[in-house]
Design a protein around this ligand. Structure first.
Ligand code: DOR
Ligand code: ZN
Length: 349
């Protein structure tokens, strides 16, 4: 039977190659949702203060494991936050640690908790050199921070101003262009030479920028990089469903208390963890490409990170259900992506 007519969908268990788990009560509130869906996740280091050393990463990993619900099986893959001061020794320790799998570049000021980020990539050159030698991937938040550049153009401008020179200077550096949102980024990743991958979020596959203003301002659809025009969304769907191993799943699930998003200056980040695979299934089904979901969700990322593919399987059932309006988040609540909307697939095991 064609996968698009099936009532059950079985996939190798997927991994989330870009996830924000936070810390403390927030961590305890969200980690179980990711563990119910994914075997592993690349965990972002943008805590306050950032996860900047292997020692920080090991301690954070312990807190994540301690916060897991009874019986959950989940492997957090840790990352370091690249700063102007990241040393060559720290990169070597990361390489030898077996727990740190990548280093994240946030241009200073680009997004949530990025003020410790890199102010000038030249300052990070020794660390980047060491990463290149260690085959340690650099994960990039690909947006320029120049206030003169229109917010909808910041990703495309980043390619020319930052990514192309960076890859010229460090041609063997393994790179993941995180949460790509534009046709320009898709085309760059498709044609670039060398070792490059890209993650794609569910929100950028399901919504275009009109969704931010549908009937009024929609803060729970606001993330960075911000949603783009429909032409870009279509390019992302084509990339995700096209079978190219450079593109893989990364939710960028980024929880913020509802009151901080429904705010005069609302936080960026969409919380998609509890229904992530169902959201991707919706996007793939709409494109008539459910048979391509497994490779995108479960194979391409593991292959890029040189980790074994998962052998256990998950099962989705064709079933209409409504995403909850709100979820508990410590003393707060959390409004998930697609709250109140109907999805056509449900994870059953
Ligand atoms: O929307 C976003 N939220 N984009 C990011 O890059 C960071 C994230 C967060 O940590 O909340
Ligand atoms: Zn992120």
């Amino acid at each position: 039977m064609n996968a698009n007519d099936a009532t059950t969908l079985r996939l190798a268990r997927p991994d989330d190659w870009h996830l924000h788990l936070r810390d403390g009560d927030a961590l305890r509130a969200v980690v179980g949702a990711s563990a119910a869906q994914f075997a592993r996740a690349i965990v972002m280091p943008n805590l306050r203060p950032p996860v900047a050393t292997v020692e920080d990463a090991l301690a954070y990993r312990k807190r994540i494991l301690a916060a897991l619900p009874e019986g959950a099986r989940f492997t957090p893959l840790m990352t370091l936050y690249l700063t102007d001061r990241t040393s060559v020794d720290e990169i070597r320790r990361a390489r030898d640690s077996e727990c740190v799998h990548a280093v994240k570049l946030y241009p200073a000021g680009a997004t949530t908790n990025s003020d410790a980020g890199v102010t000038d990539l030249r300052r990070a050159a020794p660390a980047l050199d060491a990463m290149q030698a260690a085959a340690m991937p650099l994960l990039v938040h690909g947006e320029v921070t120049d206030p003169q550049v229109d917010v909808f153009d910041r990703e495309a401008v980043f390619i020319d101003r930052v990514l192309v020179p960076l890859r010229r200077d460090f041609p063997a550096l393994r790179i993941v262009f995180e949460h790509v949102t534009t046709r320009e980024a898709v085309q760059y990743v498709e044609h670039a030479e060398g070792d490059i991958g890209a993650t794609i979020t569910p929100q950028h596959l399901l919504y275009d920028r009109n969704a931010l203003f549908a009937g009024g301002l929609r803060p729970h659809r606001y993330c960075l990089p911000v949603l783009k025009r429909e032409t870009h969304r279509r390019a992302l769907v084509a990339a995700a469903t096209g079978g190219n191993p450079r593109f893989f799943l990364g939710t960028d699930s980024a929880p913020h208390a509802a009151r901080l998003k429904e705010h005069a200056c609302g936080c960026a980040g969409c919380y998609s963890a509890p229904h992530a695979i169902e959201s991707y299934a919706a996007a793939f089904e709409a494109a008539g490409a459910l048979d391509r979901l497994e490779a995108f969700a479960s194979f391409h990322g593991a292959d890029f990170y040189r980790l074994p593919r998962n052998v256990d399987r998950i099962e989705l059932r064709r079933q209409r259900w409504t995403v909850p309006d709100a979820l508990p988040f410590g003393a707060d609540t959390l409004v998930p992506l697609a709250a109140g909307e109907t999805l056509g697939w449900k994870l059953v095991r």
